[in-house]
Design a protein around this ligand. Structure first.
Ligand code: SF4
Length: 245
Protein backbone atom coordinates (compact mmCIF):
# COMPACT_ATOMS: atom_id res chain seq x y z
CA UNK A 1 0.00 0.00 0.00
CA UNK A 2 2.32 2.69 -1.28
CA UNK A 3 1.76 6.33 -0.45
CA UNK A 4 1.08 5.94 3.26
CA UNK A 5 3.14 7.49 5.97
CA UNK A 6 4.01 6.48 9.47
CA UNK A 7 1.98 8.64 11.81
CA UNK A 8 4.13 10.53 14.26
CA UNK A 9 3.16 10.24 17.89
CA UNK A 10 1.60 13.42 19.15
CA UNK A 11 1.67 12.61 22.83
CA UNK A 12 4.59 14.14 24.68
CA UNK A 13 6.75 11.67 26.55
CA UNK A 14 5.71 11.43 30.16
CA UNK A 15 2.54 13.46 29.63
CA UNK A 16 -0.61 11.75 30.83
CA UNK A 17 -3.37 12.29 28.32
CA UNK A 18 -6.93 11.23 29.10
CA UNK A 19 -8.45 9.07 26.35
CA UNK A 20 -5.11 8.98 24.58
CA UNK A 21 -6.38 6.42 22.06
CA UNK A 22 -8.53 9.06 20.41
CA UNK A 23 -7.48 12.16 18.57
CA UNK A 24 -9.05 15.30 19.95
CA UNK A 25 -10.96 17.56 17.61
CA UNK A 26 -14.35 18.96 16.79
CA UNK A 27 -15.15 16.25 14.22
CA UNK A 28 -18.06 14.01 15.23
CA UNK A 29 -16.98 10.36 15.02
CA UNK A 30 -20.45 9.10 15.93
CA UNK A 31 -22.43 10.08 12.87
CA UNK A 32 -24.81 7.28 11.78
CA UNK A 33 -22.99 7.19 8.42
CA UNK A 34 -19.58 6.57 10.00
CA UNK A 35 -20.93 3.96 12.42
CA UNK A 36 -22.74 2.20 9.56
CA UNK A 37 -19.56 2.24 7.47
CA UNK A 38 -17.59 0.62 10.31
CA UNK A 39 -20.29 -2.05 10.76
CA UNK A 40 -20.41 -2.78 7.02
CA UNK A 41 -16.66 -3.13 6.70
CA UNK A 42 -16.46 -5.42 9.74
CA UNK A 43 -19.28 -7.59 8.39
CA UNK A 44 -17.56 -7.90 5.01
CA UNK A 45 -14.15 -8.56 6.57
CA UNK A 46 -15.38 -11.26 8.95
CA UNK A 47 -18.42 -12.95 7.37
CA UNK A 48 -20.05 -15.66 9.46
CA UNK A 49 -17.70 -15.18 12.37
CA UNK A 50 -18.60 -17.06 15.55
CA UNK A 51 -17.40 -17.40 19.12
CA UNK A 52 -13.88 -18.89 19.19
CA UNK A 53 -14.52 -20.92 22.35
CA UNK A 54 -15.45 -24.53 21.53
CA UNK A 55 -18.73 -25.60 23.16
CA UNK A 56 -21.70 -27.90 22.61
CA UNK A 57 -24.29 -26.19 24.81
CA UNK A 58 -24.91 -23.10 26.93
CA UNK A 59 -23.39 -24.70 30.03
CA UNK A 60 -20.13 -25.50 28.26
CA UNK A 61 -20.00 -21.99 26.81
CA UNK A 62 -20.51 -20.52 30.28
CA UNK A 63 -17.68 -22.62 31.73
CA UNK A 64 -15.39 -21.86 28.78
CA UNK A 65 -16.05 -18.13 29.17
CA UNK A 66 -15.28 -18.28 32.91
CA UNK A 67 -12.02 -20.06 32.03
CA UNK A 68 -11.15 -17.47 29.38
CA UNK A 69 -10.53 -14.71 31.94
CA UNK A 70 -6.85 -13.75 31.65
CA UNK A 71 -6.32 -16.69 29.29
CA UNK A 72 -6.35 -17.25 25.54
CA UNK A 73 -9.25 -19.01 23.84
CA UNK A 74 -6.74 -21.45 22.34
CA UNK A 75 -5.62 -22.51 25.81
CA UNK A 76 -9.22 -22.82 27.00
CA UNK A 77 -10.06 -25.02 24.00
CA UNK A 78 -7.17 -27.31 24.95
CA UNK A 79 -8.49 -27.74 28.47
CA UNK A 80 -12.24 -28.08 28.07
CA UNK A 81 -12.45 -31.47 26.25
CA UNK A 82 -10.92 -33.33 29.23
CA UNK A 83 -12.92 -31.23 31.71
CA UNK A 84 -16.26 -32.01 30.04
CA UNK A 85 -15.30 -35.64 29.51
CA UNK A 86 -14.67 -36.03 33.24
CA UNK A 87 -17.74 -34.00 34.26
CA UNK A 88 -20.18 -33.91 31.33
CA UNK A 89 -23.11 -32.15 33.01
CA UNK A 90 -23.67 -29.37 35.57
CA UNK A 91 -24.82 -32.09 37.99
CA UNK A 92 -21.57 -34.03 37.56
CA UNK A 93 -19.54 -30.83 37.91
CA UNK A 94 -21.47 -29.86 41.07
CA UNK A 95 -20.52 -33.21 42.62
CA UNK A 96 -16.85 -32.92 41.66
CA UNK A 97 -14.29 -31.94 44.27
CA UNK A 98 -12.44 -28.65 43.92
CA UNK A 99 -9.02 -30.35 43.58
CA UNK A 100 -10.39 -32.51 40.73
CA UNK A 101 -11.60 -29.44 38.84
CA UNK A 102 -8.46 -27.46 39.68
CA UNK A 103 -6.22 -30.14 38.25
CA UNK A 104 -8.06 -30.13 34.94
CA UNK A 105 -8.05 -26.34 34.51
CA UNK A 106 -4.68 -25.53 36.09
CA UNK A 107 -3.05 -24.23 32.89
CA UNK A 108 -5.68 -21.51 32.38
CA UNK A 109 -4.36 -19.50 35.33
CA UNK A 110 -6.23 -18.34 38.46
CA UNK A 111 -7.37 -21.96 38.57
CA UNK A 112 -8.40 -21.98 42.23
CA UNK A 113 -10.84 -19.10 41.82
CA UNK A 114 -12.06 -20.46 38.50
CA UNK A 115 -12.66 -23.92 39.99
CA UNK A 116 -14.70 -22.38 42.80
CA UNK A 117 -16.75 -20.37 40.30
CA UNK A 118 -17.38 -23.37 38.05
CA UNK A 119 -18.37 -25.63 40.94
CA UNK A 120 -20.59 -22.90 42.44
CA UNK A 121 -22.21 -22.20 39.07
CA UNK A 122 -22.80 -25.93 38.54
CA UNK A 123 -24.57 -26.16 41.89
CA UNK A 124 -26.88 -23.21 41.22
CA UNK A 125 -27.65 -24.40 37.67
CA UNK A 126 -28.45 -27.88 39.00
CA UNK A 127 -30.42 -26.88 42.06
CA UNK A 128 -32.23 -23.77 40.85
CA UNK A 129 -32.36 -23.83 37.07
CA UNK A 130 -33.13 -27.48 36.33
CA UNK A 131 -29.65 -28.19 34.96
CA UNK A 132 -29.88 -25.53 32.22
CA UNK A 133 -28.33 -22.10 31.87
CA UNK A 134 -31.20 -19.61 32.17
CA UNK A 135 -32.10 -17.20 29.39
CA UNK A 136 -32.18 -13.91 31.26
CA UNK A 137 -29.35 -11.57 32.22
CA UNK A 138 -30.69 -11.28 35.75
CA UNK A 139 -30.65 -15.04 36.34
CA UNK A 140 -27.29 -15.69 34.65
CA UNK A 141 -25.68 -13.00 36.79
CA UNK A 142 -26.55 -15.08 39.87
CA UNK A 143 -23.87 -17.59 38.88
CA UNK A 144 -20.52 -17.07 40.61
CA UNK A 145 -17.71 -15.94 38.33
CA UNK A 146 -20.22 -14.68 35.79
CA UNK A 147 -20.32 -10.95 35.03
CA UNK A 148 -22.14 -9.08 32.33
CA UNK A 149 -19.59 -9.96 29.66
CA UNK A 150 -20.02 -13.70 30.16
CA UNK A 151 -23.79 -13.35 30.35
CA UNK A 152 -23.81 -11.42 27.06
CA UNK A 153 -21.59 -14.08 25.44
CA UNK A 154 -23.96 -16.89 26.43
CA UNK A 155 -27.19 -15.03 25.70
CA UNK A 156 -25.91 -13.83 22.32
CA UNK A 157 -23.84 -16.76 21.07
CA UNK A 158 -25.99 -19.64 22.29
CA UNK A 159 -29.52 -18.32 22.70
CA UNK A 160 -29.31 -15.61 20.02
CA UNK A 161 -30.66 -13.07 22.50
CA UNK A 162 -29.23 -9.58 22.01
CA UNK A 163 -29.49 -8.26 25.53
CA UNK A 164 -26.32 -6.19 25.32
CA UNK A 165 -22.93 -5.96 23.66
CA UNK A 166 -20.02 -8.17 24.76
CA UNK A 167 -17.27 -5.87 26.00
CA UNK A 168 -13.99 -7.71 26.50
CA UNK A 169 -10.46 -6.38 26.37
CA UNK A 170 -10.47 -6.27 22.54
CA UNK A 171 -13.81 -4.49 22.31
CA UNK A 172 -12.63 -1.99 24.93
CA UNK A 173 -9.43 -1.19 23.05
CA UNK A 174 -10.92 -1.09 19.55
CA UNK A 175 -14.00 0.96 20.33
CA UNK A 176 -11.79 3.60 21.90
CA UNK A 177 -9.36 3.56 18.97
CA UNK A 178 -12.31 3.91 16.60
CA UNK A 179 -13.75 6.74 18.74
CA UNK A 180 -17.00 4.93 19.38
CA UNK A 181 -16.59 5.66 23.08
CA UNK A 182 -14.39 7.64 25.42
CA UNK A 183 -15.27 5.51 28.42
CA UNK A 184 -12.87 3.12 30.14
CA UNK A 185 -15.24 0.95 32.17
CA UNK A 186 -16.90 -2.01 30.39
CA UNK A 187 -20.44 -1.18 31.58
CA UNK A 188 -20.18 2.42 30.35
CA UNK A 189 -18.61 1.34 27.05
CA UNK A 190 -21.45 -1.15 26.57
CA UNK A 191 -24.01 1.58 27.24
CA UNK A 192 -22.38 3.85 24.65
CA UNK A 193 -22.30 1.05 22.06
CA UNK A 194 -25.92 0.10 22.66
CA UNK A 195 -26.89 3.68 21.82
CA UNK A 196 -25.13 3.83 18.45
CA UNK A 197 -25.26 0.25 17.13
CA UNK A 198 -28.56 -1.21 15.88
CA UNK A 199 -29.78 -3.95 18.22
CA UNK A 200 -29.84 -6.60 15.52
CA UNK A 201 -26.09 -6.13 15.07
CA UNK A 202 -25.01 -6.26 18.72
CA UNK A 203 -24.08 -9.95 18.64
CA UNK A 204 -22.14 -9.94 15.36
CA UNK A 205 -20.45 -6.64 16.09
CA UNK A 206 -18.62 -7.97 19.15
CA UNK A 207 -17.62 -11.23 17.42
CA UNK A 208 -16.20 -9.26 14.50
CA UNK A 209 -14.42 -6.72 16.66
CA UNK A 210 -12.87 -9.44 18.82
CA UNK A 211 -11.53 -11.16 15.69
CA UNK A 212 -10.22 -7.84 14.38
CA UNK A 213 -8.54 -7.18 17.72
CA UNK A 214 -6.83 -10.56 17.69
CA UNK A 215 -5.73 -10.56 14.08
CA UNK A 216 -5.13 -6.93 13.07
CA UNK A 217 -5.77 -4.25 15.68
CA UNK A 218 -3.55 -5.88 18.24
CA UNK A 219 -2.76 -4.10 21.48
CA UNK A 220 0.92 -3.29 21.19
CA UNK A 221 1.51 -2.83 17.48
CA UNK A 222 -1.69 -2.65 15.44
CA UNK A 223 -1.25 -3.79 11.84
CA UNK A 224 -2.83 -0.67 10.38
CA UNK A 225 -1.37 -1.26 6.94
CA UNK A 226 -3.53 -4.42 6.69
CA UNK A 227 -6.61 -2.91 8.35
CA UNK A 228 -9.84 -2.63 6.38
CA UNK A 229 -11.01 0.12 8.77
CA UNK A 230 -7.88 2.21 8.32
CA UNK A 231 -9.48 5.02 6.32
CA UNK A 232 -12.06 5.50 9.07
CA UNK A 233 -9.56 5.35 11.92
CA UNK A 234 -7.92 8.40 13.46
CA UNK A 235 -6.39 6.77 16.51
CA UNK A 236 -3.09 8.05 17.82
CA UNK A 237 -2.15 4.40 18.27
CA UNK A 238 -1.88 3.91 14.50
CA UNK A 239 1.36 2.55 13.12
CA UNK A 240 0.60 3.57 9.53
CA UNK A 241 -1.86 5.92 7.92
CA UNK A 242 -3.15 6.70 4.44
CA UNK A 243 -4.45 10.08 5.57
CA UNK A 244 -1.87 11.97 7.61
CA UNK A 245 -3.35 14.45 10.08
S1 SF4 B 1 -6.15 1.53 11.58
FE1 SF4 B 1 -4.83 0.57 13.11
S2 SF4 B 1 -5.49 1.38 15.10
FE2 SF4 B 1 -7.12 1.81 13.60
S3 SF4 B 1 -8.56 0.09 13.78
FE3 SF4 B 1 -7.11 -0.42 12.16
S4 SF4 B 1 -5.45 -1.58 13.13
FE4 SF4 B 1 -6.61 -0.52 14.75
Amino acid sequence: MAGGTVRSKQIAVGKVVKNSGVKPGARNPLTPERVAAILNILAKTYPGVVCALNHRNAWELTVATILSAQCTDVRVNLVTPALFKAFPTPKAMAAASLPEIEELIRTTGFFRNKAKSIQGAARIVTEEFGGKIPKTMEEILRLPGVARKTANVVLGSWYGIAFGVVVDTHVMRLTRRLELTKETKPEKIERDLMKIIPEDQWINFSHELIHHGRQVCIARKPRCIDCTLEKLCNSDDKTWTSHPA
